[in-house]
Ligand binder design. Structure first.
Ligand code: AMP
Ligand code: TRP
Length: 327
């Protein structure tokens, strides 16, 4: 079975967009791949974080992924900082990466521009990401297009290491999901529903309560035509509601169009709200059990144990090949 590995940034709150666009893909992959999922909390601190919030978010996001259907018996789930080998390997990789290569990372350039004082960690972060990946001989790395360059850097570093020190790492490939449903902001339906937006008015958070969900959907921006059909260019608001409905119901857009063709906008919104509420309340019930129970820690403990075992072996092999210590 091929191995996939992916990291979930513990930044921001998870939204209906994250569920439909990303978490549902992971749920699909878990049956086809040996799947490693981790929280890259050490990446998060490349930019200042509130320590208390960061700690809470790590647990919260893991619990939400599980509540959304990520199955702990089919995935190895762990926290990056609970495995000291990631940073150890990263150091060796840094010493095998050129300044020129690291300086070409476009995400660094974008992020650094936004900081008054960009940190060295922000600069070297793609090398830590390479370490996260090649430490476990991952075959594929499911990431958004913005991360493709980082996975390519991981390939280059792994190839160079293998050439210099002998075959050690598997060469990973990025796995860019086919363009799935893109969920738009309910207030500005030409913009992606994003957890980092300035206002939550057009954004449904996975932990929003029923009243809030209904209010946001009933207040979604539409158009003045009054007819329900899909046309992302001219009717982005209505099209977005149809996308949400069809994604949650697991039906095609044209089936949703057909179903709603005689509805007015108010009734359409009400029925979309019903489906979203049903789905999210179910997720929230599971979330509440997880966040208050001991299961979550057991899952993370198991992930820590399994990944430390694999990583220890790999890092000792690397140290030995590079000539460090008495390995
Ligand atoms: P982000 O939360 O923006 O870092 O994105 C993480 C992953 O979730 C990416 O693979 C995105 O494609 C997916 N995602 C986030 N927001 C949406 C959205 N509104 N619609 C579809 N996919 C999304
Ligand atoms: N850099 C990724 C992001 O910003 C998160 C990440 C860190 C990651 N390490 C990883 C993703 C390894 C895939 C594999 O979303």
């Amino acid at each position: 079975m091929k191995r996939i590995l992916t990291g979930l940034q513990p930044s921001g709150e998870l939204t209906l967009g994250s569920l439909i666009g990303s978490i549902s893909q992971m749920v699909k992959y878990q049956d086809e791949y040996d799947s490693f999922i981790f929280v890259p909390d050490m990446h998060a601190i490349t930019i200042k974080q509130d320590p208390k919030l960061l700690k809470e978010r790590i647990r919260k996001n893991v619990a939400l992924y599980l509540a959304c259907g990520v199955d702990p018996s089919k995935n190895t789930i762990y926290i990056q900082s609970e495995n000291l080998y990631h940073a150890n390997l990263s150091w060796v990789l840094e010493c095998n990466t050129y300044m020129g290569e690291a300086s070409r990372m476009t995400q660094y350039k974008d992020k650094a521009k936004k900081q008054v004082n960009a940190t060295v960690g922000l600069f070297t972060y793609p090398i830590l990401m390479a370490s996260d990946i090649i430490l476990y001989d991952a075959d594929y790395v499911p990431v958004g297009i913005d991360q493709k360059q980082h996975v390519e850097l991981a390939r280059d570093i792994a190839e160079r290491f293998n050439k210099t020190y002998g075959d050690t790492f598997k060469i990973p490939s990025p796995m860019i999901p086919e363009v799935g449903a893109k969920i738009m902001d309910l207030q500005e339906p030409t913009k992606k529903m994003s957890k980092s937006a300035d206002s939550y008015k057009g954004i449904i958070l996975l932990l929003d309560d029923e009243k809030t969900i209904r209010k946001k959907i009933m207040g979604a921006v539409t158009d003045s035509e009054g007819k329900v059909y899909y046309d992302a260019c001219n009717k982005p608001g209505i099209s977005n509601l149809l996308t949400i409905y069809s994604s949650l119901k697991n039906i095609k857009i044209n089936e949703a169009e057909e179903y709603f063709k005689d509805y007015n906008y108010g009734n359409l919104k009400k029925e979309v709200a019903d489906v979203v509420v049903e789905k999210l309340l179910d997720i929230q019930t599971k979330y509440n059990e997880l966040i208050n129970g001991s299961e979550l820690d057991k899952i993370l403990d198991r992930g820590r144990e399994v990944t430390n075992r694999i990583a220890k072996e790999k890092v000792e092999e690397v140290f030995s090949k590079v000539g460090l210590g008495r390995y």
